[in-house]
Design a protein around this ligand. Structure first.
Ligand SMILES: Cc1cc2nc3c(=O)[nH]c(=O)nc-3n(C[C@H](O)[C@H](O)[C@H](O)COP(=O)(O)OP(=O)(O)OC[C@H]3O[C@@H](n4cnc5c(N)ncnc54)[C@H](O)[C@@H]3O)c2cc1C
Length: 453
């Protein structure tokens, strides 16, 4: 059996490898430019070129930080991957916007007697036009992503625009760099850009063409659709002619119900069921009504064809050899925690367990009888917290906040146990801070956010 220490070591190694991979790819074009570049120009010109090269390589890496590559998300988690994606996009944008304004060398048509392009920055139409197109498209893409919610786009429409926009920017930058660039005109760097752009666009082909093709051979059928709490549904899926899904408790998938696997209409959802039931067992999802798809679940028919892309995510307690686990959930964030609880019971996990589960109203609590039974079976404790309690409610009231964490979690548990958090962003921020203040090492707090914004 793999020990907890070696699993943790492997997670750390994966994270370090990913950081190394990012840094190497981001600075590789700079290194090639430095090796093969011509005679030096002013420092300002060199910085301008360097920023342009860095912006381009960072934009190309963004394609694989889109959250659909298991090797990346299982190493550092989906929300961390998306944060890096967002932060890197903003940084690349700043580099790209500064890039044209730092050149001190005059612009003009390249001189035939200046093969190293030392004397002028090109003023030719097409090489400049592709640069200007990328210069305009890039801020538009970033602004649309930052303001997506305010702009009231359908998620799928935005996703299509984001993918097409990113591919256009990559194409424009490839043209601009190799035609206008001083360093990128050198064959060594030009071939590197062609290779990296090919890989970036290839990742789109993989996600939107090859993966769906694979899903065609692994369809699922909706096996139940039940309303289990206020605005909350349980959806079951059974494999249709294949072995099923191998996953870890706490992971999530992208679920597509009733559309072609090539459709952009799919939603990330945590698996609420336990993997210990067997690879071919039915999957359960617990879904809160929020937007177009989740509000139409009352119309979803048993037998509807569905497709699953996954599993993804690192909200898993496998191999963590702490004496106990505290699960802290808010609302539908209970779903992955339920999967963990169910798996602990199935595998007769010897670790202690404590569950703190917050909701607005008692009518929102899901699978209460089962949760009580599972926690009791593990010899653990469960605390239900309500912000709008009914008359006669005897449990804690209000939001899950620092005061409640200090009441419910002993100093010893804070120090030694593992904490698994899933719920609204505000709750997670408060709980993470409270745990750190109570003495929990950051490495023993696992969390999954349902919203990256
Ligand atoms: C890792 C993860 C696990 C999740 N697990 C659950 C769960 O177990 N139960 C649950 O009820 N909710 C879960 N969510 C949230 C769930 O994905 C959204 O509530 C759902 O997609 C809303 O879709 P909609 O069409 O009803 O609403 P929309 O109005 O289309 O979407 C509302 C918001 O949901 C998010 N969203 C929608 N589609 C996607 C997509 N394809 N990729 C990324 N984000 C998207 C976007 O932030 C969007 O603004 C999870 C989210 C993530 C990221």
């Amino acid at each position: 059996m793999v020990s907890g220490a070696s699993l943790r070591q492997s997670a750390v190694m994966k994270a370090l490898f990913l950081i190394l991979f990012y840094v190497v790819v981001a600075v590789l074009p700079l290194g090639v430019a430095w090796l093969y570049g011509g005679p030096p120009r002013t420092l300002s010109d060199e910085i301008a070129s360097g920023l342009g090269l860095m912006a381009f390589s960072m934009i190309l890496i963004e394609f694989v930080l889109s959250g659909r590559f298991r090797a990346i998300t299982s190493g550092v988690g989906m929300d961390v991957t998306m944060r890096v994606h967002q932060l890197a996009a903003r940084t690349a944008l700043v580099f790209a916007l500064l890039h044209p304004f730092l050149y001190l060398t005059p612009s003009g048509v390249p001189r035939p007697w200046d093969p190293t392009r030392q004397l002028v920055v090109t003023a030719e139409f097409w090489p400049l036009a592709s640069g200007i197109a990328a210069f305009v498209l890039l801020p538009a893409l970033v602004l649309l992503a930052v303001g997506r919610k305010q702009l009231d786009f359908k998620y799928e429409t935005w996703r299509l625009m984001h993918g097409v926009g990113a591919a256009l920017i990559a194409g424009a930058l490839l043209h601009h760099a190799t035609q206008a660039g001083r360093y990128s005109a050198e064959p060594e760097l030009a071939y590197l850009w062609i290779g990296l752009t090919g890989l970036a666009c290839g990742s789109l082909v993989y996600v939107y063409l090859l993966k769906p093709l694979g899903q065609l051979a692994r369809p699922w059928r909706v096996s139940h659709v039940d309303k289990i709490a206020e605005r909350t549904w349980s959806i079951g899926l059974a494999p249709d002619g294949h072995a099923g899904l191998r996953f870890l408790a706490g992971q999530f998938v992208w679920l597509n119900t009733g559309n072609s696997p090539f459709s952009l209409k799919e939603n990330p959802l945590s698996l609420g069921s336990a993997p210990g039931k067997g690879v071919g067992a039915e999957l359960e999802f617990i879904v809160k009504e929020l937007g177009d798809w989740s509000r139409s679940l009352s119309e979803l028919q048993v037998g509807t064809r569905a497709y699953v892309d996954g599993p993804f995510g690192s909200l898993t307690v496998e191999g963590r050899d702490t004496p106990g686990i505290v699960l802290i959930g808010g609302g539908v964030g209970m779903s992955p925690l339920l999967s963990i609880l169910r798996q602990m019971a199935l595998s007769k996990d010897p670790r202690g367990v404590k569950l703190i589960y917050g909701n607005r109203a008692a009518t929102q609590i899901i699978h209460r009888d089962e949760i009580d039974a599972l926690v009791a079976e593990q010899g653990g404790e469960v605390t239900y917290v309500l912000s709008q309690p009914p008359e006669g409610w005897e449990g804690p009231t209000g939001w899950i906040d620092a005061g409640l964490i200090f009441d419910q979690v002993s100093a010893e548990q804070a120090r030694d146990w593992l904490f698994v958090l899933c719920g609204p962003t505000a709750m997670m921020d408060v709980v993470e801070e409270a745990l750190l203040a109570r003495g929990t090492p950051a490495g023993r707090i696992l969390s999954e956010r349902f919203d990256y914004d």
